[in-house]
Ligand binder design. Sequence first.
Ligand code: 6CS
Ligand code: FE
Length: 301
Amino acid sequence: MVLVSDIYQSRTDNEAAIILRQDPVVHPGPYEKGEFALSEHQLRSYRKNGFIQLRGLLPESETEDLLREARQLAASSGRRGLPEAVLEPGSEDVRSVFRVHGLSAVFERLMRDGRLLDVARQILGSEVYIHQSRVNLKPGFAGKEFYWHSDFETWHIEDGMPRMRALSCVVLLTENNEFNGPLMLVPGSHMQYISCVGQTPQDHYKQSLRKQDYGVPDPTSLGFLVQRGGLQSIKGAAGSVLFFDCNTMHGSNSNISPFPRANLFFVYNSIANRLGSPRGGLQPRPEFIACRDGVEPLQRL
Ligand code: 6CS
Ligand code: FE
């Protein structure tokens, strides 16, 4: 008999494995339904697919200001060489800016906006805080791909996130279309956890945020998930908002089109799901990637 102490074991150098999800998708909780909470129908769709896209949740005029702010942050943090500014592999273009809710008052307000927060609290069934925030810029001609992954696999192994009780909220800051590398998701994949092969090197984030080689699913498991659920790309105008479960398999292609693609991410985590120790003797990742200090429930605006 094999005793497994971690229900979501991964990167222990074993063979790849598919583990059934042990956590709810929509978490029951005493949480009061907010003004912008999802309808029963929308909630059912989120539970089934592991994501939901809300078109036009933010008006386009509002997203113009957000995009300007994101670009300014990218330029200034890149110029100052802040660790929050992650560059594209083999180039000087800024790929992502992390901890945007700490760097900008505009994003600090938005993370507490009822249009986003009401949905996050409703799905996670509790008070929430921000585990990670970032803007992915994917510039025209130059933005490279994000290979297939489950965020939870990384957050569990590298950040010690105990359970699947977190979600990503993605605000489209530009149009996302078939040309500029929109996000692709595998519907239903959130119900299976792909335990990945290979051991994580120390300081893995320095490489993985530019191009990820560990914590990626094997082709057989990925093929199985896609065969069952198909693929869906998230296309839409700026102001569309996507909520997706922390274990939904996703990735995106590079952007060889002239059209830049910028998306803003807030990762909401349940206050009952705070980080523990990373697995496999890894050092905790820096605060700007995984919040640990002074974690408190977000106050709604
Ligand atoms: O390492 C992380 O936390 C991140 N990496 C990817 C590719 N997606 C989610 C998250 O930003
Ligand atoms: Fe991701």
